[in-house]
Ligand binder design. Structure first.
Ligand code: ZN
Length: 342
């Protein structure tokens, strides 16, 4: 099969022939239809410090995908050949306390598809049956391909109640845009998103935010005044990894505000902890998706009319991967999709 491979340590990728994977006991073989490019894939392509520490080549990249079940291994009982599926990209141990308690997203032994295990940027990919999500309703394949990051967005957006609340989202990349769409759909009052890319702020208007704030030019405090808000945001979602965004959140949350943190900062940084204490803020780290409560939420949100189409801005054939990665890296885009069917 063809696969997009990190063949050896160092920058760059190769689209090359590798042996077809086979499903072992309890595993499902999926014929990949579409894949989404994630920031993780860009890090592995560029071979930064994190990638060099984490990835052992040769590795097939990719964890955002959809496809149809091609074959099943021994003991697979709930997944059938031909079903249209996406995959949970976090593989958990199943034996730690959190796993046994059903809190699988909290497993400390999680490994990542396309990071520590051969991934989905290929014509075929293999996952444990418990990581397969069968689509029971009609879902656009481009949307099914991004269920993994959509799940990050839903996990973040629904971490705290948003009905009637004023919501601040820092970072208008694909996950921030999806989180904004979910908060809007779920009944938030004001949804404000920040970024420094005008292109992404324009996309934010398409998913229905009340204000898209370019923090290179203005402040979140100014946005509050523009909306007639007086007491700060009830819920904040940090999806940029930027220290300045965390500081804006702390400064603009209401007393008792709740903060869901998904963005991964590149390094340690200082914040005003006295404000966290005096405002009695709740800060919650978010990683991955709840297995599989988030997946149920995603399917139901789409079924009830959530529209993610503005978030998907570019589609490439898998042979055009270099251009697709360049586009994703450039930032003048929402989600970038690769097609593996031709
Ligand atoms: Zn575990």
């Amino acid at each position: 099969m063809r696969a997009l491979l990190k063949a050896k340590a160092g920058p760059g990728l190769e689209l090359t022939e590798v042996p077809d994977p086979e499903p072992g006991p309890g595993e499902v073989l999926v014929r990949v239809m579409r894949t989404g490019i994630c920031g993780t894939d860009l890090h592995i392509d560029a071979w930064d410090d994190w990638a060099a520490r984490t990835v052992q080549p040769p590795l097939v990249l990719g964890h955002e995908f959809c496809g149809t079940v091609e074959a099943i291994g021994a003991g697979v009982t709930k997944t059938a050949v031909g079903e249209f599926v996406s995959g949970e990209g976090h593989l958990v141990c199943g034996t730690c306390r959190n796993c046994l308690a059903g809190r699988r997203h909290l497993c400390a032994n999680t490994i990542g598809l396309g990071v520590q295990r051969q991934g989905a940027f290929a014509e075929l990919t293999v996952l444990p049956e418990q990581n397969i999500w069968v689509h029971r309703q009609q879902v656009d394949p481009d949307v099914a391909a991004i269920f993994d990051p959509f799940g990050n967005a839903v996990h973040t957006a629904l971490s705290f109640p948003v009905v009637g609340e004023d919501v601040l989202i820092t970072g208008a990349g694909p996950i921030g845009l999806m989180a904004a769409a979910v908060a809007r759909h779920a009944g938030a009052r004001n949804v404000v998103i920040t970024d420094i890319s005008e292109h992404r702020l324009e996309l934010a208007h398409k998913v229905g935010v009340d204000l898209a704030v370019n923090v290179a030019r203005t402040t979140v405090a100014e946005a509050q005044r523009e909306l007639g808000m007086r007491e700060g945001f009830d819920v904040a979602m940090e999806i940029s990894g930027q220290p300045s965004a965390v500081r804006e959140i702390i400064a603009n949350c209401s007393h008792g505000g709740r903060v869901a943190m998904l963005g991964l900062p590149a390094a340690e940084f200082a914040i005003d902890w006295s404000a966290v204490v005096l405002k009695m803020l709740t800060i919650k780290g978010i990683y991955g998706r709840e297995m599989f409560e988030t997946w149920y939420s995603m399917s139901v949100l789409l079924q009830s009319g959530l529209d993610l189409s503005p978030v998907i801005t570019h589609r490439f054939d898998h042979t055009e991967y270099a251009e697709a990665f360049e586009t994703a890296r450039g930032g003048h885009c929402g989600k970038v999709i690769l097609d593996w069917t031709r």
